[in-house]
Design a protein around this ligand. Structure first.
Ligand code: NAD
Length: 480
């Protein structure tokens, strides 16, 4: 078992307190590494490193195209070591190795995508009046804080850090305490490049210590937070004290809406994938299935057969479905199942832990379909973060839209129909940041802006839209 260090100002450090915590493999419970338990003092050091670097002549004068070239090298380094990094991510999160590989590839794509933008951030000239030259410039916002959840650790750090670095900021990242290893591996890769030391810093630690200290820090300029609604709300309150802008990427209870004229065979594949990907621990998981009454029975029968045949196994063995993160998550899921049973819901498949002897080291939860819940019930409204889908029937388009919009979340929705006009009509009425028509994606490609309506958060990550988070607009007026 290795002992890790944090990365700040280009140096590898223990925590100031010398304390550590363990990170475990969710498939087996095996301890993978000892990781420094960063606290406020360590956050101070990392923020100071990022600030010093941000204000340095070296970084201020760094050619934007050169930032881009280095970011391409980071993408290439991630791909060169893809197998090993994917395995590290798989061990730390429990996800199937195929998903681990996709995550590393996605991280490489973020660096590549934003590398191309590094020298294409510019303002406008604005006609004001004769004798005045008025123009805008987009400047980097400064020291950016990035707080990341445990479900897609490397992808999500890459998503926001790449956009921040491309636009000339410096970064302090705080990975989730359960999955800190790939953030540290990314730091190793960045350390080998020509980026000035202090551009990228990682503090490992618990949310209530390192995370809270980072959000409260007066010397950061922006917070990108990805995680739960509850923590997001606390992060926003901390940021408000220092009047710092936040981008919040929170949870979801995203629906797939199946009309009677959809291609059911195609929909079946996507609906299934949308709930078993990453064991349902995906903010944009398709955790609600809204289905026209005339096709409901037949579709649910097929879905149930397919989900019952899903192969569960350890992340490294690369079956379809890995374990959920830990005992706490498992207990949370169990409590949702009990509530659903108490409400008289019917389980078409799953609903319990996979008990096979060889999987006893991890928390493997069977793919589950729940039917018969009231759409207003707790289980129908709240994010479970498990391979559990709740099905509801509708009769009319209006009812489908009402159900789709009937939770506090609004992250993603899938619309399944062969009627093009209906597809666009429904898409226009859905209150969600992304609508997929006859397909479905966990956020889609790196080019697609991603973010929430309502309690799913605000601000947009990914795509060119994310660059707004990390730049601030200045207007300059010159009289001649
Ligand atoms: P979480 O809110 O418990 O933790 C997220 C991060 O916040 C972790 O790094 C944690 O250490 C840190 N944290 C905890 N308390 C903090 C505090 N007081 N101040 C600052 N930081 C603190 O979420 P989680 O359980 O890691 O992740 C699951 C949640 O994340 C789900 O709700 C999921 O939907 C959401 N999520 C959203 C997206 C998205 O892009 N919209 C992507 C992935 C996950």
């Amino acid at each position: 078992m290795s002992k890790k260090k944090m990365y700040m100002a280009g140096e590898w450090k223990d925590s100031a307190s010398q304390e550590c915590f363990e990170t475990k493999d969710p498939s087996t419970g095996a301890i993978l590494a000892q990781v420094p338990r960063g606290k406020a003092e360590d956050i101070d050091r990392a923020v100071a490193a990022a600030r010093t670097c941000f204000e340095s002549e070296e970084w201020q004068q760094f050619h934007p195209a050169e930032r881009g070239r280095i970011m391409h090298k980071i993408a290439a380094a991630l791909r060169e070591d893809l197998e090993a990094i994917a395995l590290l991510e798989t061990r730390d999160t429990g996800k199937p190795l195929a998903q681990g590989r996709k995550d590393v590839e996605a991280a490489a794509q973020y660096f590549e995508y934003y590398a191309g933008m590094a020298d294409k951030i510019f303002g406008e000239t604005i006609p004001v009046q004769p004798g005045i030259l008025d123009y805008t410039v987009r400047e980097p916002i400064g020291v950016t804080a990035h707080i990341v959840p445990w479900n897609y650790p490397l992808q999500i750090i890459a998503r926001s850090a790449a956009a921040a670095i491309a636009t000339g900021n410096t970064v302090v990242a705080k990975p989730a305490e359960d999955t800190p290893l790939t953030a540290l591996r990314l730091a190793e890769i960045i350390d080998q490049t020509e980026l000035p030391k202090g551009v990228f810093n990682v503090v490992t630690g618990y949310g209530f210590e390192a995370g809270a200290a980072l959000c409260e820090h007066p010397d950061i300029d922006h917070i990108t937070f990805t995680g739960s609604v509850q923590t997001g709300s606390a992060v926003m309150a901390a940021a408000a004290k220092n009047v710092k802008p936040v981008t919040l990427e929170l949870g979801g209870k995203s629906p797939n809406i199946l009309f009677e004229d959809c291609d059911q065979a195609e929909a079946l594949d996507w609906v299934m994938r949308s709930i078993i990907q990453n064991a349902g621990q995906t903010c944009s998981a398709g955790s609600r299935l809204l289905i026209h009454r005339s096709i409901k029975e037949e579709f649910l029968k097929k879905l149930s057969e397919r989900l019952s045949a899903v192969r569960l196994g350890k992340g490294e063995d690369d079956f379809d479905l890995g374990p959920v993160l830990n005992e706490k998550q498992y207990e949370r899921i169990e409590s949702f199942m009990e509530t659903a049973r108490g409400e008289g819901a019917k389980f078409l498949c799953g609903g319990k832990r996979e008990e096979r002897e060889e999987l006893s080291g991890g928390y493997f939860f069977q793919p589950t379909i729940i039917e018969g819940l009231s759409p207003k019930s707790y289980v129908a409204q709240e994010e479970i973060f498990a391979p559990v889908v709740a099905a509801f029937a509708f009769e009319t388009e209006e009812e489908a839209i009402r159900l789709a919009n009937g939770t506090d979340y609004g992250l993603v929705a899938g619309v399944w129909t062969s009627d093009g006009a209906r597809a666009h009509r429904v898409a226009s009425k859905i209150r969600a940041g992304q609508v997929f028509i006859n397909n479905y994606g966990a956020g889609g490609g790196v080019q697609m802006p991603f973010g929430g309506y309502k309690k799913s958060g605000f601000g947009r990550e990914k795509g060119l839209e994310a660059l707004r988070n990390y730049t601030v607009l200045k207007n300059v007026a010159l009289k001649y």
